[in-house]
Structure formats: C-alpha cells, structure tokens
Design a binder for this molecule. Sequence first.
Ligand SMILES: C[S@@+](CC[C@H](N)C(=O)[O-])C[C@H]1O[C@@H](n2cnc3c(N)ncnc32)[C@H](O)[C@@H]1O
Length: 236
Amino acid sequence: MSANPEIFRIEPWQMSFGERAALEGILAQVKPRLAVEIGTAEGGSLSRIAAHSEEVHSIDLVRCPAPQPEHVELHVGDSRRLLPELLERFASEGRVVDFVLVDGDHAREGVRQDLIDLLASPAISATVIVMHDTLNGLVRAGITDVDFASNPAVAFVELDFVGGYMARTGPFAGQLWGGLGVAVVDADTERRPGIYNDYLHDAYGMIRELGGSPTGAADGGRSPALLGRVLDRWRH
Ligand SMILES: C[S@@+](CC[C@H](N)C(=O)[O-])C[C@H]1O[C@@H](n2cnc3c(N)ncnc32)[C@H](O)[C@@H]1O
C-alpha cells in the first residue's frame, strides 16, 4: 500500500479529492471493458480510467502529451464530430460502452450535445455516465436541458453525486465549479419512481442563492442571518 495514493497527487488530475475517490469507486465496481472519456486534458482522470478498463477512448481538442498505454486511444478533435463517429463504430460492431466520463466542452450547448449523442446511441445501453462540474451554472444548464425522464432506458440521474464548491480566492473566486453527476443507462435496471434524486433539496439552487449575495457564502458565509433566511425558505 502507498502512503500517497494516486488520488492525492494533485497534478495533472483536474478534480477534487472527493471527486477522484468517487470516480475510482465507480470504476472499481463497473470494471469497464470499454470506456470513453470526453476531455483528456493532461490525462489525469484518463490514467485512472485506464487503470480499471480493458479499452479506453479519450477525446480532446488538443493531444495529451503524456504517453499512453496500448489499450488507450486518443482521439483529437471536437467531440461534436468525434463522439457520434466513435459511438456509431461501436454500435455497428455490436459493442456496448460500460463507462463514460463527460468532462470536455463546458459550454451549455456543448454539454447538452455530448449527452444527447450518448443517449441516442445503441452503444450506450448499459452504461454509467459520469458528468463533471455539475455545480457550474453552464454545465448544469446543459445537463438539465436533456430530457432524461422521457428516455425509458435511463434508470437513475443524480446531479450532486459528489458536491461541488465555490472558489474563495484566485481567478475563479466566487464561481461555482466541481461536482460529479451520474446517469445510469440500463433498460434492465429497475427505474426509480422519480429518476431525478428528488428527495434532496437542489444543492445548486441553494448555493447559488447564497452565493448571489455580497454577504453570503461568496465572502466566506459571514452572514448567519442571511444563511438562516435562505435555509428557512428552502425548508418549506
Ligand atoms: C476540464 S478539462 C478535462 C480534465 C480531465 N478530465 C481531468 O480530470 O484530468 C476539459 C478538456 O476538454 C477539452 N474540450 C473542450 N471542448 C471540447 C470539445 N468540444 N471537444 C473535445 N474536447 C473538448 C479541453 O481541451 C480540455 O482539455
């Protein structure tokens, strides 16, 4: 056992430690034969997907400079073109993708399109889809633009599987980032009555409301009165 396991090494994996641990846990359970990543960047999350998978395809606009093992194929270009091509190839071969990480385009329309392409493909029929940065407003809007509910193969959607955060300092101060969401596509899995995890309050709505105030969470949450008022409203 290592005293400093890979999930605690900061670079180049662009995820919080909790997100890394959750991703590792999902991968350890799914043990993908075939995995797809959208958003390679410097290969941080890819290295852990590769460690648990038999074959991985990772898409990015720019080529990751890190050398990759033989079972990893990098696809360089826009996911709007490359993802449908890749999925069509898998579908024509009768293959099913077991795991997908959606962490590429963070624009609303880009996130929406990646998810629409995934859900439309026969290759995504027994698949765990993990989405990163679900607490970011644009990413979240792109995800909620997708009508998961009318797709009978979608068994479960949870946008706050791991909570995101608001940066306190630095170039992203005051902005909401991070968070992992999960969608399980499997026609054979018993569908939850409400496929969105609706027994919880919407963390995004609550945090946004707090962060929107100059005396709220954005400056370290120094206003207990405001916090109390917002939480009171959300409780009812
Ligand atoms: C947040 S980074 C991915 C981080 C990586 N998954 C990790 O955790 O280490 C997002 C990546 O998506 C890529 N990207 C952005 N828009 C894209 C698009 N339309 N198609 C493919 N890749 C895209 C960017 O070039 C960037 O490298």
